[in-house]
Write a protein that binds this ligand. Sequence first.
Ligand SMILES: C[S@@+](CC[C@H](N)C(=O)[O-])C[C@H]1O[C@@H](n2cnc3c(N)ncnc32)[C@H](O)[C@@H]1O
Length: 307
Amino acid sequence: MDITKLWDGFHLTLPKRLGDAYRSVLDENGLLPEAIGPRPSPPPVGGLTQEQTDIHFAHAFDGSAARAELVLLNPNGETESAATVLRQFLSGGALCLVDVPCGAGAGSLALLSTIAELRKEQELPRQPLDVRLLWGEISAPALKYAIRLLAEIEGDLADQGITVVVETLPWDVLDEVSNVELVQKIAQTKTTHPQILLLVCNFSGFLERQGKWKAAAPGLKMLLQFCSGDMNAGVWLEPDQKAVSKGLFQKLGNLIGGLIAFANQVGKDDEGDAASAKFHCPIGTGKTYRVSVRTMPFELALKRSSK
Ligand SMILES: C[S@@+](CC[C@H](N)C(=O)[O-])C[C@H]1O[C@@H](n2cnc3c(N)ncnc32)[C@H](O)[C@@H]1O
């Protein structure tokens, strides 16, 4: 596959429409100066407030999008299992894409716009892809940014045979009622879009750095159970850090291992697969940044025991 518009052998470029959309949403919210300025360390993880959301959107959206693009393009063959799952699910048909916590939608928007770009370049067939996008997120301002970005790119997606209908849900992984609302929404969507792809991107800051795994595990478990069905799947993406390879993904592997009737890890490596690359800043600063990714794909197939 020729992917030279998006990968020149050394650098990733975000799909142009998404990069332009990002720049214009930053601009209309007065965030361009913040985005052009130095990136905070440690990287922002987002949160409930407008300020937390703005800092995260201005400094992390492009990296999160590049991380998802890198896994899907898989230019050096390092994330083969996850890339195969993503390409399979995004190739056509009726798909329920559950992106939680979606933030400003970096993961799902990057995947959909990368597929659109590959279709435009005739690297992938333009089969109708009918996407019901479920976005769950605790930050209302982040959901607003996500909706604006989608509005900017949906025409281009439609030109490539990708139609997207989105539903947003205020979602708190630590709240039982909120988790039930999310899985009810998934169950409803399954009736028209039985093929589910669960996408979780960049949740390790909250789950590991802020120590919330234990409190979040029951909600995540229910999510995996409700997303499972005939040949459904999930892909979890994180920055490639020890806290992920030796921490979060070990715990996730154990959670999946305890759910054999619903889920199954793809690939034998408990640490997942890793890749890294530089990407061009999409807002025209001329800068490049390095992004790393560690990914764990899993099957979400319902297995009934035969008695
Ligand atoms: C690092 S961001 C990742 C967002 C998005 N997946 C991406 O890749 O850009 C982490 C997200 O978790 C959200 N979050 C924080 N606490 C949460 C909670 N209790 N339940 C659900 N989401 C939460 C934040 O608002 C933020 O958008």
